[in-house]
Design a protein around this ligand. Structure first.
Ligand code: ADP
Ligand code: AMP
Length: 213
């Protein structure tokens, strides 16, 4: 099963993608996580990507497409995957489509997690991410057992630099201009499914399970 998560930054794509990955036994592939791992390790890709991420801009397609195609060519992706944060532009979606077509394959579901802009800034300012394993929490809605500590690996939880309110506004604008058109793109292919992302994360997941079966 090959799934794409669509939605504004902070809509809950990562939260749901992790639950899908666990239940359906497929890898969770997040381009944001790949970039953050590269930044942490000080790679050339990380240094380049950080320039864009810190401003709330998209990393150029040339860089992003390559890392994504390399990742989905790994053996653990052979039976499917859930993509979180990719594609974010029409050209990215077209490259993915072409790569799948060459394999006689296609995306099965594009799940659009719908959350209005008004809710997003609050969500992002409350998001906390683990410095080590990338697990995410929300200080009010999805808190860790112990404040500031990751339930999964015991490491420190931080507010991402790009989750500061001024950057979130830029990210939302970039989303509307460059990523939202993907909703029509996948709608035209007949694989688009929309869920209400404003309800509790368990309820969002129940709606997704009803779609995926
Ligand atoms: P995205 O991957 O779309 O950027 P996340 O999954 O990281 O979004 O979610 C953004 C923030 O909102 C996180 O702090 C997360 O814990 C929280 N969150 C996710 N789903 C919900 C939900 N249904 N209700 C409230 N908060 C949520
Ligand atoms: P995310 O973790 O999905 O919120 O992504 C964090 C940041 O990484 C984004 O704001 C972009 O700067 C960058 N990024 C992640 N995925 C992509 C992508 N598919 N295309 C371009 N930039 C991306």
């Amino acid at each position: 099963m090959k799934i794409i998560m669509l939605g504004a930054p902070g809509a809950g794509k990562g939260t749901q993608a992790k639950m899908i990955a666990e239940k359906y036994g497929i890898p969770h592939v997040s381009t944001g996580d790949i970039f953050r791992a590269n930044i942490k390790n000080g790679t050339a890709l990380g240094i380049e990507a950080k320039k864009y991420m810190d401003q709330g801009l998209l990393v150029p397609d040339e860089l992003t497409v390559k890392i994504l195609l390399d990742r989905v060519a790994q053996p653990d992706c052979a039976d499917g995957y859930v993509l979180d944060g990719f594609p974010r532009t029409i050209p990215q979606a077209q490259v993915l489509d072409e790569a799948l077509e060459e394999l006689g394959d296609a995306i099965d579901y594009a799940i659009n997690v719908e959350v209005p802009d008004e809710n997003i800034v609050k969500r992002m300012s409350g998001r906390r991410a683990c410095v080590s394993c990338g697990a995410t929490y929300h200080v009010e809605h999805i808190p860790p057992r112990e404040e500031g500590i990751c339930d999964k690996c015991g490491k420190e939880l931080i507010l991402r630099d790009d989750d500061k309110p001024e950057t979130v506004q830029n990210r939302l604008q970039v989303y509307h201009e460059q990523t939202q058109p993907l909703i029509d793109f996948y709608g035209a292919k007949g694989v688009l499914k929309t869920v209400d992302g404003t309800v509790d994360s368990k309820e969002v997941f129940a709606a997704i399970e009803a779609i995926l079966g």
